[in-house]
Unconditional design. Structure first.
Length: 101
């Protein structure tokens, strides 16, 4: 049985596990060496938790993304959190640009 994720996002928020950054090398010690200092943050990742949705005119509108979807998202519209040493992003569903097929 799969372990329940430790964060339950509220409203239309989702939790995304970011994809590895392209061009980076991770040493055995955990130090990440970027290809360039100016390299932008990753803009895709896997959805690991989804909130119940957003209320519009008194009715709950369910989210369009599901756990397991790989999504593209705005590079500046998220909050970073660390859970058990792993990095995750919390963002509003409106920051999702699309679902990768």
């Amino acid at each position: 049985m799969a372990k329940k994720f430790q964060i339950t996002p509220l409203g239309d928020r989702i939790v995304v596990k970011p994809s590895e950054k392209e061009g980076e090398k991770k040493l055995a010690s955990g130090i990440i060496i970027p290809e360039t200092v100016d390299k932008e943050r990753p803009a895709k990742g896997e959805v690991v938790a989804v909130g119940p949705g957003k209320y519009v005119e008194g009715e709950l509108v369910p989210p369009q993304v599901n756990v397991g979807d790989e999504v593209l998202f705005s590079k500046y519209g998220y909050d970073e959190v660390k859970i058990e040493g792993k990095e995750y992003y919390i963002l509003s569903e409106s920051s999702v640009l699309g679902i990768l097929n």
